[in-house]
Design a protein around this ligand. Structure first.
Ligand code: BYC
Ligand code: FE
Ligand code: FE
Length: 474
């Protein structure tokens, strides 16, 4: 399908040939813009920002860069090119042609998956809306807004599917996506992590590292879907997602580098000394890792899930990178799940693989999360220090699944509720940690200048230097 970039809604889905759908989306568009103005980046509507905009879906040249005022960003609907004769890659219908329409019996489940995915996108924009007020540099400010506008586009992607394939119910769900709000006690966002405040940039980097990475793995699973329009939309979203994780990984790298510079400057590693020099000590970073990693693990759902089994059986949602497996029906295999035994220990239970799909996805995610941890530890080791960052045990601080509410320490050892309460502030950001980190958040907007709590970026965007004026505040 050709790209139609100049119509009111840029798209490669042939909107011009579907007046009813075009009208429905044109009706939703002003509501989206109203939501963006009310719930999007605070005080930034008139800024000119050096942004990437998706304008095509081919590997080279899918994006265009330029100075844009965010409310004028061209949020478009882009699906990856169809794969000729694509077949369902897993489950009971393995090998059958993919569906271009929603099978009636799968309608409710599919709508629910699309709504859950869609809900996270505007939620993250809401969570991050005040960060622009304390950006550590113009480069970082631009990256924040880049992530925000693309999460806005991901909302468009899901709203397109709801409008195009779910009739009146879909249009109602699209309205609801703008009516729920992150942290709203009456109408919260659907999944836990998306109601957590992101009030500081350390949390922003950890969120983009850990939570956007859940997005990567959920999108990979949905890209396997037998519902071809969902698969194509998710495949294209993954192209944009890579940069969100780059922002997280390099952000944390810069925090670690700055801490190491202060440590090397002499006088020891004591957190108080590092803090006095205006940097974030590594034990504090570890507690923020513990918080965001454990919260993000919950996003994969329960270890043993009949929902996941039926999504897999019916071809709605597969495993990430399904092509790596030989057995795509997964009827005979079992996976050993680590369960609390109710006596303060744990026991392994063999579960039919289809019921353990959430855990398969979570384990792939955890392996991916380790890559950054290893790289940061190499920096720390190279600087001559013994401290090591780590991912806490998947049992730690869980609110969903078999370990929900079980008191364990970050190493995964069961502890008494009393010990948990007493040692909580060793393991998770304390009120004092949060006050300290908040205190570091001072806005820096002079081109090329960077706040003192993190190292400058190594490179700029595209061919531009890191010191480029990426945002004109006017
Ligand atoms: N919080 O059978 P189970 C992204 C509910 S991030 C609250 O284990 P299932 C992004 C669950 O709904 C990617 N509730 O769940 C990142 C169920 O409710 P009911 C987002 C939770 O269905 C950064 C019950 O617990 N995409 O894109 O197998 C920035 C039993 O659960 C939570 C998706 O999630 C939780 N954490 O799987 C911007 C993909 N977890 O039926 C964007 C779509 C579970 O008892 N969603 N529950 O009322 C799915 O595929 C699945 O719904 C889930 C859960 C993986 C979320
Ligand atoms: Fe997204
Ligand atoms: Fe993202």
């Amino acid at each position: 399908m050709a790209i139609d970039y100049w119509s009111a809604i840029p798209n490669n889905v042939g909107l011009a040939d579907n007046p009813a759908l075009q009208r429905a989306l044109a009706h939703w568009q002003p509501r989206f813009l109203e939501w963006w103005r009310e719930m999007g980046p605070v005080g930034a509507q008139h800024y000119e920002v050096y942004l990437r905009t998706a304008v095509a879906v081919d590997q080279q040249g899918w994006a265009q860069y330029g100075m844009v005022r965010m409310p004028e960003y061209r949020w478009g609907i882009f699906l990856a090119e169809p794969v000729p004769d694509r077949r369902i890659g897993f489950g009971d219908a393995y090998g059958e042609p993919v569906w271009q329409q929603v099978p009636g019996e799968l309608r409710a489940s599919l709508r629910r998956l699309i709504v859950t995915q869609g809900d996270t996108e505007p939620a993250s924009v809401e969570q991050q809306r005040r960060l622009g007020l304390t950006a550590p540099s113009l480069y970082d400010l631009r990256n924040l807004f880049q992530v925000n506008v693309e999460e806005g586009r991901h909302l468009w992607a899901m709203v397109y599917l709801l409008h195009a394939y779910f009739g009146r119910d879909g249009r109602e769900e699209a309205e609801e996506l703008l009516a729920r709000h992150s942290g709203d006690p009456d109408k919260p966002r659907i999944l836990g992590t998306f109601n957590e405040p992101i009030g500081d940039w350390l949390s922003f980097f950890l969120f983009t590292y850990f939570t956007d990475r859940d997005g990567r793995y959920q999108l990979k699973s949905l890209a396997e879907s037998g519902f071809d329009p969902l698969s194509r939309t998710c495949r294209f979203m993954l192209t944009e997602e890579a940069y969100h994780m780059f922002v997280g990984r390099t952000g944390i790298t810069r925090v670690v580098k700055r801490a190491l510079e202060v440590m090397r400057a002499g006088g020891g590693e004591e957190p108080d000394r590092i803090r006095a020099a205006g940097a974030i000590d590594l034990p504090t970073l570890q507690r923020y890792i513990n918080f965001w990693f454990s919260s993000s693990l919950d996003l994969f759902g329960a270890e043993i899930s009949s929902n996941a089994a039926s999504y897999f059986a019916t071809g709605l949602k597969g495993r990430p990178d399904e092509g790596q497996y030989d057995d795509h029906r997964a009827l005979d295999d079992r996976l050993t799940i680590d369960l609390p035994d109710g006596k303060g220990g744990s026991v392994g239970e063999k579960v039919p693989l289809r019921n353990a799909i959430n855990e398969v996805t979570r384990r792939a995610y955890i392996d991916d999360c380790q890559i950054g941890i290893r790289a940061w530890n190499r920096l720390i080791a190279a600087a001559g220090y013994d401290f090591r960052l780590f991912l806490p045990s998947p049992r730690f601080r869980r609110a969903v699944g078999v370990w929900a509410g079980v008191a364990v320490d970050p190493q995964g050892r069961p502890v008494s509720p009393g010990e948990w309460a007493a040692r909580r502030d060793e393991w998770l950001p304390s009120a004092g940690d949060r006050a300290f980190v908040d205190g570091l958040m001072q806005r820096v907007v002079e081109p090329g200048k960077v706040a003192g709590w993190l190292a400058p970026p190594e490179i700029g965007i595209g061919n531009l230097p890191a010191s480029y004026e990426y945002v004109r505040l006017n």
